[in-house]
Unconditional design. Structure first.
Length: 200
């Protein structure tokens, strides 16, 4: 075999294989492409989860707002209200013209735990009559919770704010209750604004 032909075959054999540097470069590029694809898939999955979480939060807020609205609308009178709580006279069961213990409901936000709770008369509570003109229904219901005569039912967690506005200076004269409700979950926030008129 001539020297020229042998050199030609050696050149072809040299160019048919991969050098170590070429192999490392190929693996590096493949790895970078894999990381980029994984990052994109992760971003898409995170975006989908975030949208699902936000939809869930919006539904929870609407449900809670509807529950508060139903409680206010069905009540005979608003007895007291401020940011974070309302006290309702649910109905005049004994037609006395004055609220009794068994006719009260307090809905309150605990700012420490972000829990919204509805308090209604406990089973076995002894009925007590109150005076619309002289009793402080915020103080009365707060004391009743402490005594166990009002028992709580947790309505929602993750409630960071509940601001309440009424159309009259005296809560007992109010005919319209407006409230803004803010719920938080996993870094997401949803706020709703609702206005509801009382039954009477």
């Amino acid at each position: 075999m001539s020297e020229k032909r042998r050199n030609h075959y050696l050149t072809i054999a040299t160019h048919q294989g991969l050098t170590l540097v070429e192999m490392l470069m190929a693996l590096t590029i493949t790895g970078l492409i894999g990381v980029a694809i994984a990052s994109m898939l992760s971003a898409v999955a995170y975006g989908t989860d975030s949208s699902k979480d936000l939809r869930s939060l919006v539904v929870k807020n609407k449900t809670l707002s509807s529950r508060i609205t139903a409680a206010v609308r069905s009540s005979a009178q608003l007895l007291d209200a401020d940011d974070g709580y309302i006290v309702l006279w649910t109905k005049d069961l004994n037609e006395s013209g004055q609220p009794d213990l068994l006719e009260l409901q307090r809905i309150e936000l605990d700012a420490g735990t972000d829990e919204l709770t509805s308090y209604t008369p406990a089973g076995g509570a002894v009925d007590v009559a109150y005076d619309l003109d002289t009793d402080d229904f915020d103080a009365v219901t707060t004391a009743l919770i402490g005594s166990g005569d009002l028992e709580g039912a947790l309505w929602a967690t993750g409630v960071s704010q509940w601001t309440i506005d009424i159309d009259e200076a005296d809560p007992q004269d109010a005919g319209l209750v407006s409230f803004q409700l803010t719920l938080d979950a996993g870094g997401l926030t949803d706020t709703s604004i609702t206005a509801v008129s009382l039954r009477d």
